[in-house]
Design a protein around this ligand. Structure first.
Ligand SMILES: Nc1ncnc2c1ncn2[C@@H]1O[C@H](COP(=O)(O)OP(=O)(O)OP(=O)(O)O)[C@@H](O)[C@H]1O
Ligand code: SF4
Ligand SMILES: [Mg+2]
Length: 321
């Protein structure tokens, strides 16, 4: 049994127009596995994770099934208990903003250990310092007395990761944990996450726009487009030869020093507006491989060549290494 089993997960938002942000996602996360989720802005990456732990906005509703260690989270009285209870840690997209501004860093971290593990305040405070050292925050003991606004962005990011780890989760959701950081700090945080997963035996679901981060961390990669997973594959195979035209477009858009002199590759067109209804493939208006069938028949996510792909005319997987 996988640690996390997501089945037919759909997320709808009500408002001036109904928006289906996540549309029938199936995904398993194994113990100690690192899976990356990539896709353009608005493709549903954050809502997928938030739905799993019951943290959607008030106008959002999730359907389907999310099982953590076999226990159903959706429809449970309080699915967010999985987060507070220490099973799943969450580093939010605006990680710095998820810290409580008027509480000292040390108190915030200690509180998480007291509330979840029932630790005494004295041992929780000592634990907080150890965790800050683990995430390589300089002068960890002194930082405990400071407030979030007194730290740099990179330091707040490390504190947010430490906060998510205090309950000792088996699974960490990290939603773009490096986006707001400069390149050298990004590399540090990525190395830190890899080390933490290894040392703590923790699984990781990492949402990122950065395929360089994927290459260094993830065993598998899920590509999301307009609320769906359109490709799910071993990271190594995906980075060598994506099979979905959208995945190939994402990979071709990664800037490289060699190509810096020329025009930057992009994916033509724009993602569909929220609330768009689809008859066939949702990538069809932007796809260079589209044929008549694509306009009328929605491609299912099916197995083939070391992964799953939702495309009537996928790219060749190429020779196996
Ligand atoms: N409270 C809400 N009400 C209505 N629509 C919403 C709400 N929250 C999110 N959405 C919509 O859900 C869709 C998916 O949003 P989501 O936050 O998952 O995108 P994302 O893939 O994480 O993008 P980004 O890379 O920019 O973070 C978007 O179209 C967004 O506008
Ligand atoms: S199904 Fe057709 S339109 Fe969609 S990605 Fe595949 S080739 Fe392109
Ligand atoms: Mg997001």
């Amino acid at each position: 049994m996988a640690l996390l089993e997501i089945r037919r997960l759909a997320v709808d938002f009500t408002g001036p127009r109904r928006v289906r942000a996540v549309d029938g996602v199936d995904l398993d996360i194994g113990r100690e596995e690192c899976v990356a989720i990539v896709g353009e802005s608005g493709s549903g990456k954050s809502q997928l994770l938030l739905a799993c732990v019951g943290l959607l906005a008030a106008n959002g509703r999730a359907q389907g099934s999310v099982r953590f260690e076999g226990r159903e989270l959706l429809g449970a009285g309080d699915p967010a208990a999985a987060v507070r209870g220490g099973g799943i840690g969450f580093v939010f997209q605006d990680a710095g903003g998820s810290l409580t501004p008027h509480l000292r860093i040390g108190d915030q971290l200690a509180e998480a250990a007291v509330a979840v593990r029932g630790a005494s305040w004295q041992s929780a405070r000592a634990d907080a310092v150890r965790m800050l050292e683990r995430v390589q925050l300089p002068a960890a003991a002194q930082q405990c007395a400071r407030y979030p606004h007194e730290l740099s962005g990179g330091m707040r990011q490390r504190v947010a990761i430490a906060l998510a780890l205090m309950p000792r989760p088996q699974l960490l959701f990290a939603d773009e944990p490096t986006t707001a950081l400069d390149v050298t700090v990004q590399a540090d945080v990525v190395a830190l996450l890899a080390a933490l997963c290894r040392d703590l035996g923790m699984a990781l679901v990492l949402v990122t726009h950065d395929l360089g981060v994927v290459a260094s961390l993830a065993a598998r990669i899920a590509v999301m487009y307009a609320g769906r997973i359109v490709e799910l594959a071993d990271a190594e195979r995906f980075l060598r030869q994506p099979r979905h035209p959208y995945g190939a477009g994402l990979l071709a858009s990664v800037p490289t020093l060699a190509a810096a002199a020329g025009p930057m590759a992009t994916i033509a067109g724009a993602p569909p507006a929220p609330g768009t209804a689809f008859a066939g493939c949702r990538f069809e208006p932007r796809c260079g491989r589209a044929e008549a069938r694509c306009r009328v028949e929605d491609p299912a996510l099916v197995a083939g060549d070391g992964g799953l792909v939702a495309c009537h005319f996928p790219l060749d997987a190429g020779p196996q290494p």
